[in-house]
Design a protein around this ligand. Structure first.
Ligand code: GLY
Length: 572
């Protein structure tokens, strides 16, 4: 029998709902800076800098496709965003063509031939601080130039000159310093000068509104355009680079550069409820870890828990804890180590992993298997998302690892060198700066690729493109991508709301929930603490910086450009 509802109870209920609704509205307004991002009918690029997004979109306007725009955007970020954009680092591209074909390109850096397992340890076996993060010895063999040439060779439509020229012009015209960039330049100036010498371009206090011209970089780009990929890997640029690195104590040789090769890899593809998710395979840990977390939370009615509620945070954290424990133990360069990929993604295995989880109490990371070894990953990387007017989608995450890479700026060639060697475990077993715990699978070996967390990801629904996204943030990339997908799918946010929404993160060790400071409800955090969770608001002032595109039900594109940076969407 249906319970009888008295009129006054109905009224009360309505009153309560109204209050809850108003409260929700108030929270939404406070939490989200903007309801919707840029909406465009045909094509869009979202990246860390407006100049780069515009250059990418102009290429599509001129008849280029998303792959042409990838080349142009990667080059433009190398000019406009030296903090992470590059021709001297590496990255991963995941694509979905308009006809539904998917694939991915690995242009990750590699360890030089002279690299060795203990190269960052002293004779007592202790890790020498900063040897793997600052200066010439931290540099991995760059993959970005090989990456853009490979993408162009396989899928490009426009001539390379059309893709290079806008960035050459931009470098000659110069980049205007923003407030956020000034803050970063001020923060890193001393160490850049210490590593690169006081004659470096960066030994100057730039003010907001100043224009920095990159004439040496413009010249390097012209040489690469004139002589092709070999200019960077075998030609004059290669010779200058090797001699510069040698003089600074580096070990990369001309043979290392000449031998560098990109790899087309099969992406990680998995289902989450109605979604089909396509992400990056090893040597990125992104795809497998994202898949493990999403498969572990799939049996739950996530949307019913409520956005950033205690139950929601608990569920994600417990799945993350278990997935990162596996990540750090099993994953590495698939060309060097055997990864039990099938088993790690097996439904029964993942169900078993969650058997020890209860909403009553936090699991201790000490009780989740595999530990004793450690890896540090930096927070600085950049992601861009592209959809062209034919419907091709390209998601690229690229990096020089730390902010301004190794802080070693080659003034003659006009770029910072990466410090990607630091993404290897310098010494399994020792906790590092960010406390990520890794293993033998990611130890250093000549020609090996270092494990990454970069997670360029494409989401399909009903066989059609729904969303593409990615983020910087080292180990926090994966959980930033995860929460952004869930924000759209489970909590029905717009793309812009989804990228701006506050984020949290757990990576097994340290056994903390990192949360963006002052963004989470106090009672929610108290509830979690009462169940045994450690809340860390200090470590993570920024968790990820997501740049994404959503295909709306009317087939228009909505950009999500993260408010945490100078990120911008451009489209038409
Ligand atoms: N260097 C950051 C990453 O590859 O995840």
């Amino acid at each position: 029998m249906k319970p009888k509802v008295h009129e006054h109870q109905k009224t009360n209920f309505k009153g309560v709902s109204k209050k809850i609704f108003l409260l929700f509205l108030l929270i939404s307004v406070t939490v989200y800076s903007q309801q919707k991002g840029l909406v465009a009918e045909k094509a869009m690029v979202v990246s860390a800098r407006e100049e780069a997004s515009k250059i990418g979109v102009d290429i599509i306007k001129k008849g280029g496709n998303a792959f042409d725009a990838m080349v142009a955007t990667q080059l433009a970020l190398a000019v406009a965003y030296p903090y992470a954009g590059n021709i001297s680092g590496g990255g991963f591209m995941v694509y979905r063509k308009a006809n539904g074909d998917v694939g991915s390109l690995d242009f990750r850096e590699k360890a030089p031939q002279k690299a060795s397992k203990n190269m960052y340890q002293d004779k007592n076996g202790n890790v020498i601080p900063q040897l793997s993060t600052n200066g010439a010895l931290s540099v991995g063999i760059p993959g970005s130039v090989a990456g853009i040439f490979e993408v162009h060779k396989k899928f490009g439509k426009l001539p390379l000159a059309a893709l290079f020229q806008p960035s050459i012009d931009l470098a000659e015209k110069g980049i205007v310093v923003t407030e956020k960039e000034k803050a970063k330049l001020d923060e890193y100036r001393a160490v850049i000068v210490k590593i690169s010498g006081d004659k470096t371009l960066y030994n100057k206090t730039f003010q907001v509104g100043d224009t920095i011209k990159y004439l040496a970089l413009a010249n390097t780009l012209k040489e690469i355009l004139k002589n092709g990929k070999d200019e960077f890997y075998k030609g004059n640029t290669a010779k200058k680079l090797v001699s510069f690195l040698k003089q600074k104590g580096g070990i990369i040789t001309l043979k290392d550069l000449a031998d560098y090769k990109v790899v087309w890899r099969k992406p990680i593809i998995f289902r989450y409820k109605e979604l089909n998710i396509i992400s990056m395979a090893p040597p990125s840990s992104g795809g497998i870890t994202l898949a493990q977390i999403m498969k572990m939370i799939e049996p739950y009615d996530v949307s019913k828990f409520g956005y950033n509620s205690p139950h929601y945070i608990q569920l994600l954290v417990e799945a993350e804890r278990r997935a990162y424990a596996d990540r750090n133990y099993f994953l590495g360069d698939p060309d060097f180590v055997k990864i039990p990929q099938k088993q790690l993604l097996n439904d029964t295995y993942l169900k078993d992993r969650m058997k020890s989880f209860s909403f009553d109490k936090a699991t201790s990371s000490a009780d989740v298997s595999h530990g004793n070894v450690s890896v540090y990953e930096s927070m600085e990387t950049t992601h861009y998302s592209i959809v062209d007017s034919e419907g091709n989608a390209v998601a690229v995450t690229t990096t020089v690892n730390d902010a301004y890479g190794s802080k070693l700026y080659c003034d003659e060639l006009g770029f910072f060198l990466n410090d990607q060697m630091d993404d290897f475990s310098s010494k399994p077993g020792v906790p590092n700066l960010y406390g990520l715990v890794g293993a033998e699978a990611n130890s250093i070996a000549p020609k090996k690729r270092m494990l990454s967390s970069m997670t360029p990801t494409i989401v399909e629904k009903n066989g059609q493109l729904l969303m593409l996204l990615g983020s910087p943030g080292g180990s926090t990339i994966i959980t930033s991508v995860l929460q952004t997908i869930l924000n759209v799918y489970e909590f029905k946010m717009t793309m812009q709301q989804a990228v701006d929404a506050p984020r949290f993160h757990n990576q097994w060790l340290p056994d903390d929930i990192m949360v963006e400071p002052n963004k989470f409800d106090k009672t929610t955090l108290e509830n979690l603490m009462s169940k045994g969770y450690n809340i860390n608001e200090k470590f993570a002032p920024v968790l990820g910086k997501v740049d994404a595109i959503l295909v709306q039900p009317d087939r228009k594109l909505e950009g999500g450009a993260d408010f945490r940076g100078d990120d911008k969407a451009a489209g038409f």
